[in-house]
Ligand binder design. Structure first.
Ligand code: ADP
Ligand code: MG
Length: 256
């Protein structure tokens, strides 16, 4: 067994952190999530793959309630996600999200981007928020960029700032929706390395990605989606060597 896979299984997985049960979602006539059941343990890294349009982004967006669901339940650390209100805001802050397109605040500095949620949502005092922001920026390797604006940074740096910003909220789980898809190839690894490190430290993560090297080395489980359904779930070594469904075989033959 490789050193990497020893490391990834060394994190203790204790108890369910995220649970989707019977989740259904429509966009008009389109049944975009169909009876989705997914249980994610604390410390687990789940990589979600599947063809474009299969519902991967919608799945992520329902987990932090950027999208409502039509049926089913989603719980975070045992707490059901309510439809709205103060409790929703509190629970949503437990779920960090990193998007393909970085989504940093363009008119705020890097440091301000990482402080903002702490000040507004967590009500952290300014000095503590700044200290934490600087520590997180150092941790993702962009500490020297703190006073710049996002547009002055490379894509890889911006995405690492986005990760620091999400981490500043002390999330229980981090969702990544194709975090490297908008990056020039030479910047992909600097972002994946930060994600690898997070995984090793025991962060619970749901990662939508086409980076199969990352899936093999960091994921505890691969979830394959097609047409709004989870068709297969398996540890990466099993999924990649022995996909069961024709859809998964077809998908893998196109991307590997
Ligand atoms: P993936 O991330 O796997 O590519 P998405 O979750 O983005 O898939 O989309 C799944 C399906 O839902 C696609 O057919 C997409 O066009 C559709 N869809 C996504 N968001 C919306 C929306 N806000 N309104 C209507 N249709 C949507
Ligand atoms: Mg998507």
């Amino acid at each position: 067994m490789s050193e990497v896979s020893v490391t990834k299984d060394a994190v203790e997985k204790t108890g369910e952190l995220v649970a989707l049960t019977g989740v259904n979602k429509h966009f008009g006539a389109l049944h975009v999530l169909q009876d989705v059941n997914l249980s994610i343990a604390r410390g687990e890294v789940v990589v979600v793959i599947g063809p474009s349009g299969s519902g991967k982004s919608t799945l992520c967006r329902t987990i932090n309630r950027l999208e409502t669901i039509d049926a089913g339940t989603i719980t975070i650390d045992g707490n059901p996600l309510p439809q709205e209100g103060r409790e929703l805001a509190r629970l949503r802050a437990d779920v960090g999200m990193v998007f393909q397109s970085f989504n940093l605040f363009a008119h705020k500095t890097v440091l301000q981007n990482v402080m903002l949620g702490q000040l507004k949502v967590r009500k952290t005092d300014k000095k503590a928020a700044e200290e934490k922001a600087r520590a997180l920026l150092d941790r993702v390797g962009v500490g020297t960029q703190a006073d710049k604006y996002p547009s002055q940074l490379s894509g890889g740096q911006q995405q690492r700032v986005a990760i620091a910003r999400a981490l500043a909220m002390d999330p229980k789980v981090m969702l990544f929706d194709e975090p490297t898809s908008a990056l020039d190839p030479e910047m992909i690894n600097e972002v994946l390395d930060v994600m690898q490190q997070l995984a090793r430290e025991g962060m619970t993560m749901v990662v939508v990605t086409h980076e199969m090297g990352f899936a093999r080395s960091a994921a505890n489980r691969v979830v394959f989606m097609a047409d709004g359904r989870i068709l297969e779930e398996a540890p990466p070594e099993q999924f990649f060597s022995n996909p069961r469904s024709d859809r998964a075989k077809d998908f893998l033959s196109k991307i590997l």
